[in-house]
Write a protein that binds this ligand. Structure first.
Ligand code: PLP
Length: 411
């Protein structure tokens, strides 16, 4: 089926049937939803997943632990792992990326000569907060600066990774501009010098194809809130199987024990498999809800999602450019993931634009020192992007965004 088009505009080539998928997302019935980079729309199957959870609790009670709840972090990790092409039982589920970064950091020894931690100043801040805290235990943080606030040259990050480097915990895609780092080059360099990479794919997985085995990456983490349409409370951690036995996180708990239901006293005796990377009782409802997102993303296929996304972001970039807007996300699609960031003039107020667009039924967001972020996903149609571009033009021309100048929205 052809992409729906807007009269007078150049149609995109037939590609992918967004109309087929959008029926599965209730919010799309009445909202122009262009904010997947922040919170992906909810698939309708989340209702069933959460009903299953409540039915289990209501009717099976404590037996539910042995009937799926206790194993949920591995079972759901396996489902997610298929999107990463991860081997079975190499992904465990946690609550979020912050917890995962802390857990990985707690498994490292910073007291030797190899104590350098390398990332960029475009890393998602939560990761920096965690690693900065480990300076007290000997970590030396090396931050590679972006020359333009958009991206970081691959040569600069590769040059910073040396024989003193212990780990490179970096965002695959930068949250402000959607700049995509060359993960293969970074993994290759880290391997040459014996450092580990912890790739944060929060802003890429579900929108950009990722194959952990082809990349030969050591560890990958992320959450499900955005492109995976899985909602909050479901962070994933992949660790290469050969690396798993080397990790003994100090942030740990009984779910990571070799025999949790033996209730042994004393020090941790780590499970021999990926369970050693767990901690306490799992957040079962979040994991059930997230599985709905993983299923629909796999059903659609990330290759198809990427092709649709690229086509639409390219179209929107051209449209915004012709209307006089400056898009700061990379122009090279190979260096850009699913979001476009639109710069505003210094006198313009980002949250006011967000409020004014919301009043017109269009959801986007704003980030300081970046601009408005807008993203199509596999359920987005070109006419929705056209409506956004028109509304933005109208707001800038009429200055009606000023009616929302007191907006303090933050999402
Ligand atoms: C790249 C990246 N990492 C991490 C996070 C969030 O981390 P957490 O799961 O701890 O909330 C975000 C959220 O926007 C992000 O974009």
């Amino acid at each position: 089926m052809n992409q729906p088009t807007t009269a007078g505009r150049t149609p995109t080539a037939p590609l992918h049937d967004a109309a087929r998928w959008r029926k599965r997302f209730p919010i799309l019935a009445n909202t122009n939803y262009l904010v997947t980079h922040s919170l992906g729309a909810m698939p309708d199957t989340v209702y069933e997943k959460l009903k299953l959870f409540t039915d289990q609790w209501a009717t099976r009670g404590v037996r539910a632990w042995a009937e799926g709840w206790w194993d949920a972090p591995i079972a759901v990790g396996n489902l997610l792992g298929r999107i990463l092409n991860a081997p079975p039982n190499s992904v465990v589920m946690h609550q979020n990326v912050s917890v995962i970064q802390g857990l990985v950091a707690s498994a490292l020894d910073f007291t030797g000569e190899r104590n350098k931690v390398v990332y960029t100043d475009q890393n998602f801040p939560t990761n920096m907060y965690v690693w900065e805290g480990f300076k007290k235990l000997g970590a030396k943080i090396h931050v590679v600066k972006s020359p333009d606030g958009i991206g970081v040259p691959t040569e600069a990050i590769v040059a910073a990774i040396d024989e003193q480097t212990l780990i490179v915990p970096i965002s695959h895609v930068f949250f402000r501009t959607s700049f995509m780092q060359d993960a293969a080059a970074i993994c290759k360099r880290a391997k040459e010098v014996g450092a580990w990479v912890l790739l944060d794919t929060y802003q890429s997985l579900g929108c950009v194809p990722i194959d952990v085995q082809a990349l030969d990456v050591d560890m990958v983490c992320g959450g499900s809130v955005k492109w995976l349409c899985g909602g909050p409370g479901a962070g994933y951690l992949y660790v290469k199987p050969s690396l798993q036995p080397k990790l003994e996180p100090k942030i740990t708990g009984w779910a990571a024990h070799a025999a949790p239901f033996a209730f042994e006293l004393g020090a941790q005796r780590y499970a021999s498999d990926a369970r050693r990377l767990l901690h306490g009782s799992p957040a079962v409802p979040s994991l059930y809800a997230a599985s709905a997102g993983y299923e629909i993303v796999q059903e659609c296929g990330v290759e198809a999602i990427r092709a649709h996304s690229t086509k639409l972001t390219e179209w929107l970039r051209g449209e915004l450019g012709s209307k006089g807007f400056r898009v700061t996300s990379p122009t090279n699609v190979a260096q850009r993931a699913g979001t476009l960031t639109v710069a505003l003039a210094p006198e313009e107020h980002g949250p006011a634009f967000v409020g004014a667009l919301e009043a017109r039924g269009i959801l986007v967001d704003h980030r300081p020192e970046a601009g408005l972020r807008v993203s199509p996903h596999f359920y987005t149609q070109q006419e929705e992007l056209a409506a956004f571009a028109d509304a933005l033009t109208e707001l800038r021309t009429t200055k009606k965004w000023q009616d929302f100048a007191k907006t303090k929205k933050s999402y």
